[in-house]
Design a protein around this ligand. Sequence first.
Ligand code: ADP
Length: 317
Amino acid sequence: MKNIAILCSGGDVSGMNPALKRFVEYALEKNLTPYFVYDGYEGLIDNNIKEASYSDVSGIITRGGTKIGSARSSRFMQKKFRQCAKKNLDALDISLLIVLGGDGSFRGLDIFYKEHKIKFCGIPSTIDNDINGTDYCLGVDTALNIIKTSVDAIRDTASSFKRAFIIETMGRECGYLALITYITSGSELCLIPEKKYDLNTYEEDFKQQIKNGRRYFIVIASEGIQQESQEIADWFEEKIGIESRVSILGHIQRGGNPTVKDRVMAYKFVTQAIDALLEGVEEAIICYDRFGFNLKGIEEVVNNPHKLDRELIKLLK
Ligand code: ADP
């Protein structure tokens, strides 16, 4: 029997727990012994690695976050600590590794592979959906649904009070969450880092809309845009003459129980990862694109910037 380990690294997402459940069940089905590495690369270094069983994953499929913890590890950036990680894996005879994380985590993993030949498969996991080579990252659908619920709720109060609400979503340099939210929430304006804008171009139109009876505006602003959300709210007050509020959704976007889509994607990502490792793949990222699931080389995934779908950007007014 071979030993296989899984860890979560970088920002956690909803969908990691369903992935852990599938990992244990499918590894056992394939006659592999599953191990959990707790707290990301920190756990590799500190030997916080434990054999996992069915009982470890019972009842976790409904929970956001990750039962085995995630972490950022500055120590893993140093060769001597990666050597320590390798020693810990060797002591448990673990030669296969699955990592749920973002491109930073994959970069670290690539270095680890080149130094120590630990075979790995990465599963793109970030609500930002900003990893090159994959159209879907685990956790995105749950985040979008949490945002949807929040925006729908804010709309109720915005309409009662005649207000403009600037709702700020996460995403770093990627406007995916904001753009999809805009399309699916019927909001009036969406601002993303991928598209330059000038608020003044909307002034006449928005004023006319108020004259025509509009009571409120919902603006979806991605965190990486050229202005602070408060500046946009100030613009609405000064130029459009409507009371304005900012709502920064923050970390609620990373929580919540995983949606059906994220549970299914977790199941499929992990199945693909284990199958690939059993077929002899040594270092790859499982991506999901228009061709379905496929394996991509780490260079392609981490060395190229992610680009938001042009067709989606065209939907912006
Ligand atoms: P994400 O995986 O979500 O992009 P980070 O960029 O914070 O998150 O990376 C997560 C972890 O991956 C880091 O804390 C570090 O332990 C590891 N890592 C990132 N880049 C490197 C690197 N160049 N060398 C070694 N480890 C790295």
